[in-house]
Design a protein around this ligand. Sequence first.
Ligand SMILES: NC(=[NH2+])NCCC[C@H](N)C(=O)O
Ligand SMILES: [Mn+2]
Ligand SMILES: [Mn+2]
Length: 300
Amino acid sequence: MNKQPISVIGMPMDLGQGRRGVDMGPSAIRYAKLQSTLEALGFDVEDLGNIEVPSPESIDIGENHLKFLSAICDVNEHLAKAVSNVVERKRFPLVLGGDHSMAIGTIAGVAKHYENLGLIWYDAHGDLNTGDTSPSGNIHGMPLAASLGFGHPSLVNIGNYSPKVKPGNVVLIGIRELDKGEQEIAREIGLKVFTMHEVDRLGLARVMEEALSIVGTGTDGVHLSLDLDGLDPKDAPGVGTPVAGGITYRESHLALEMMSESKLITSAEFVEVNPILDRENMTAEVAVALISSLFGKKIL
Ligand SMILES: NC(=[NH2+])NCCC[C@H](N)C(=O)O
Ligand SMILES: [Mn+2]
Ligand SMILES: [Mn+2]
């Protein structure tokens, strides 16, 4: 067996959106037996604990179109360093969130180790807003834009380089809610977006085949950024911005199994688990189940 050791990092980030509780996501995922589950699959797993994130009550919100910008940049710099160290140690970074603004840090930590990083964005949303287009000012709606080099310079330049990924190396899956500015930027830069329309029309297996072929061509690593709200809220209710009509639990298992079989994925994050909005930790348990599929768990 040749199983790359895994390093878990918790990111109790809740500054990128308005609903309290998502800072407890990493604890909920650990409580759902993440480490023992991965160890049972034969992996060496170390848990590096959490990155420190200030509570929203203790700091200034700053400008309304980029809420908590300065604190979000600080903690993402820390996350980027921690993730980069894991890659340098030849371990697999598995980051637990936390709202999706943390992807700016995760991807900053990963991408500098690759010439051409592929990126799978599994989400109901595009997270392609900037401070100028965002209807909410919530930075969790901006991390994909920032990673592509669009938005406020301090978000774009986390880790002191930009962009982290090229549009042609990115696929979005499960999308069903895009703001006007997000639609514009997606069209303008020619992003490959598998919306729920494509999932329904082609089926998830075909979508995944196409998606994996795109992120696997001409790239030297692939990051998975999985927002639990990509799943249908019936299957993953513990999220802050649920959108009906999502990818099912079963389809998501298939998606992660296909990612596992592809052997392309070199880092991953599972984000937006909010235990306060959840039912009996169901969403954290879904996250652990999907992580198991990503790391090769098979039914037979
Ligand atoms: N990571 C997320 N759940 N993002 C939701 C973003 C929602 C909306 N598009 C916004 O910009 O505020
Ligand atoms: Mn989302
Ligand atoms: Mn998201």
